[in-house]
Design a protein around this ligand. Structure first.
Ligand code: SAM
Length: 297
């Protein structure tokens, strides 16, 4: 019997009740989910709004899209297998408008737990880390083909790794590097026992961000989401690390506040974090931050 790889490995939507509380979906509202994943947030919003035919669910991961199609397509909702920057450009060209836009960034639990995707250094697998399995560039390419300077830059900027030079040089010395364990051994060597978190955490975050061009995606999509919002439309973003959250915070700050040309009002003055109960039930939520804003007119 064919077994769905996610049946024992479900994705629990992060801060679902907080998203609903701040976004306050209303009957008939149009919904864009930029990172629909396995549809947890989408289901909760669509159950209330009931506007399937003018709503769009986007994900760049094939398995998520297959699951979304199975779950939602008969309702008439549009499911797109694209990265959210490309999808948002296309929706703008079609002059679409939405009352609610949600982006729950990062990777889903099935991605993290599925060994062959190469996101985790706790299990050995080929160096992949692509969110979109149809993309050509993998973590193997970044690790084995980048120059030492490029690697140092990736580790410093995307991993905020203090020992970026040392790790970049170890990577170059040890190439070819073919598996997650081989890669994880190098930051371990650079740090010895001196790191509080696992020393490979920052290296893996950095390479994953580079493979998926994650910061460009969010940086360039935010102004498009603003344009896609109808007057009084709400934009909710959940981020999982400080680099993403900084981009969201700066974008929200640049369009809000006490100024004559403010076009957004912040519904969350400070980022909202999950409570202790949620963190205990879903450890993946522990670094999440939710920011929500409403378009003024
Ligand atoms: C944290 S999960 C979202 C889970 C979803 N909110 C739910 O309740 O099931 C993040 C999802 O966003 C997708 N994703 C991340 N960055 C993306 C991007 N730039 N474009 C499209 N999808 C993206 C990932 O493939 C993943 O499925």
């Amino acid at each position: 019997m064919h077994q769905n790889p996610h049946t024992n490995n479900v994705h629990i939507p992060v801060m679902l009740s907080e998203v609903i509380k701040y976004v306050k979906p209303q009957k008939g509202e149009r919904y864009l989910d930029a990172t629909a994943g396995f549809g947890g947030h989408a289901k909760a919003v669509l159950d209330i709004s009931g506007n399937y035919s003018q709503s769009v669910l986007v994900d760049r991961d094939m398995e998520a899209v297959a699951e979304l199609k199975k779950r939602f397509e008969s309702s008439g909702v549009n499911v797109l297998h694209k990265d959210f920057l490309t999808a948002s450009k296309e929706l703008l060209e079609q002059s679409r408008k939405f009352d609610i836009i949600v982006a729950d960034l990062g990777v889903s639990s099935p991605h993290l737990n599925e060994v062959s995707r190469g996101f985790s250094f706790t299990k050995d697998s080929p160096l992949d880390m692509r969110m979109d399995q149809t993309q050509e560039i993998t973590a193997w390419d970044i690790v084995n083909k980048s120059s030492e300077e490029q690697l140092a830059d990736i580790l410093r900027r995307y991993g905020e790794e203090p020992r970026f030079r040392q790790i970049a040089s170890l990577i170059v010395e040890n190439r070819p590097i073919n598996s997650t364990k081989e890669l994880a051994a190098l930051p371990q060597k650079a740090w010895g026992r001196h790191s509080r978190t696992h020393p490979a955490t920052r290296t893996f975050q950095a390479i994953r961000i580079a493979v998926n061009d994650e910061l460009t995606q969010i940086d360039q999509a935010l102004p498009l989401w603003f344009k896609l919002l109808a007057p009084k439309g709400r934009l909710a973003i959940i981020s999982f690390h400080s680099l993403e959250d900084r981009i969201v915070k700066q974008f929200f700050a640049s369009r809000s506040g006490n100024r004559y040309d403010a076009s957004l009002t912040l519904l969350t003055k400070h980022p909202v974090a999950p409570g202790p109960h949620e963190i205990a039930n879903n450890p993946r939520s522990r670094s999440a931050k939710l920011r929500v804003a409403v378009k003024q007119k």
